[in-house]
Design a protein around this ligand. Structure first.
Ligand SMILES: Cc1ncc(COP(=O)(O)O)c(C=O)c1O
Length: 465
């Protein structure tokens, strides 16, 4: 297994390191002002105060010279850390040879498709083909179209809390109102079902029973005539729901969904865009449940430092798809391909065993977080696998009332002032997701948690009990 010293060498020598008198500092503020003037207000960093100028391993550097511990891995993208030396070497070697390859067959695309196939869970491994895109949204859009073309059916089942993207098709699957409302009407033919949430379980049942009830309700909905559910092409589901609250449902849920789909001739699309790529302690999160999808969508961690996504489909559907009907000009970029291959090699290296390490270190950090939560008024419901760890911020641990967004925002801002980058998520916006690079050292992970705990406790003490 890779040593802590080897991992430390991938990041900045001292993290965090806050050197500017104020945060954001003058240089960062100037960049933010220009972003407000020249970038669209719909950009993801609209409320952001942290400006990134450099990134190394599990560290982020801003223009004022501050260095932050990155507990978000660039939204679960930098699983191997930013600018990993092997990735940088792959970029340098490829850049002078070929980058753009639209409309042509290229060796790096074929090689990546083979590597992706080899990385898949048994049942897809060696028995699949892949379409390439540049974002998770694009991969899911494509999977929806494929499901319709393959089955000749039109409806899609998705789950409450899901985030599958922001384009017109995928937006209809995504349930967050702030994304949907300005852009209606949505694509029709989408049915949303409850997704198990062990912290606030469906129908107030115990987690296993709640998961079983979710699956049973799905089966019921699909078998009830005249409800629009008799024409379903696919069920799309995150193996572990990410944006919806870093949820880790009982494994029985995904197995039950697989069984229902198989029995009803419905395709199962697993969205592994955020949970995949080694984040949960397996290469693909569905491997925990031993569930094999008909199609898997993936993006973030596979592409890493360059944008890349894909839909990997069981080969039994190869003849069902109209040749040349799903094309994106900038996809199959050779630079992105070699970066993805380097990422897969790093993640799947047996000697370094980054994924195996994330199981052990993730468990240690979860215990540390449970300890911190035990002393806190706001922190509750620690859960997760590997480096996919969620914790709730609540106003009241008994009622589980979510903490108001103002205080959640204040905690995250305080984290940044202290030198740690942390993100929230969840249906109420009050879940904290801890998703650092798999290459973070134990020491940095623990320090990130300590600073997070400090930020929470400072906001707690400003709040009347
Ligand atoms: C599970 C899941 N699916 C799809 C997407 C969309 O990916 P992208 O932002 O690359 O379009 C995301 C993004 O966070 C995601 O978490």
């Amino acid at each position: 297994m890779i040593s802590e010293e080897q991992l430390a060498a991938l990041s900045y020598p001292a993290m965090p390191r806050m050197v500017s008198n104020e945060f954001p500092g003058a240089k960062a503020r100037a960049v933010i002002e220009r972003a407000m003037q020249f970038q669209s207000p719909t950009r993801p960093s609209v409320r952001g105060r942290l400006v990134i100028e450099g990134g190394r391993g599990a560290g982020i550097q801003d223009p004022d010279g501050n260095i932050f511990i990155d507990m978000s891995a660039g939204v679960a993208v930098a699983n191997v850390g930013r600018s990993h030396p092997k990735v940088v070497a792959a970029v340098k070697a490829q850049a002078e040879r070929l980058m753009h390859s639209a409309g042509l067959v290229s060796e790096t695309t074929v090689a990546l498709a083979e590597k992706i196939s080899a990385s898949m869970p048994e049942g897809l491994r060696g028995e699949c083909f892949t379409w390439f895109g540049m974002s998770g949204s694009a991969a899911n859009e494509t999977a929806l179209k494929y499901a319709k073309a393959i089955t000749g059916r039109t409806q899609i089942v998705a789950f409450e809390g899901a985030y599958h993207g922001v384009f017109h098709g995928t937006l209809a699957l995504t349930t967050r109102e702030n994304f949907r409302k300005p852009y209606g009407p949505m694509m029709s033919g989408v049915i949303h079902m409850p997704y198990p949430d062990d912290y606030r379980p469906f129908l107030d049942l115990e987690p296993e029973a709640a998961a079983a009830a979710c699956a049973k309700y799905l089966d019921h909905r699909l078998s009830t005539p005249n409800t629009g559910a008799d024409d379903v092409a696919a069920v799309i589901v995150e193996s572990m729901q990410a944006d919806g609250g870093y949820l880790d449902p009982p494994l029985s849920f995904l197995r039950a969904v697989r069984e229902i789909c198989t029995r009803r001739g419905i395709l199962l699309i697993l969205d592994e865009v955020q949970a995949g790529g080694g984040r949960t302690g397996k290469m693909w999160a569905c491997e925990h449940a031993g569930v094999v999808p008909d199609m898997m969508t993936w993006a973030k961690a596979v592409g890493g430092d360059l944008p890349l996504s894909g839909v990997t489909v069981h080969k039994r559907y190869q003849d069902k798809l109209p040749p040349g009907s799903q094309v994106i000009t900038g996809a199959e970029n050779a630079l992105a391909n070699v970066v993805a291959m380097a990422n897969l090699d790093i993640l799947l290296d047996r000697e370094d065993d980054l994924i195996g390490r994330s199981v052990a270190v993730g468990e240690e950090m979860k215990q540390e977080l449970i300890r911190i939560a035990g002393k806190s008024r706001f922190l509750d419901g620690v859960r997760g696998r590997g480096f996919f760890i969620g914790v709730e911020l609540v106003a009241d641990k008994t009622t589980k009332e979510p903490l108001d967004l103002k205080r959640v925002g204040a905690i995250l801002q305080r984290c940044e002032q202290l030198g740690v980058r942390i993100m929230s998520c969840g249906r109420y916006g009050s879940t904290i997701r801890l998703m650092p690079p798999l290459t973070i050292t134990r020491e940095h992970f623990r320090e990130g948690l300590r600073l997070f705990g400090q930020a929470v406790s400072e906001i707690e003490s400003e709040t009347a009990g």
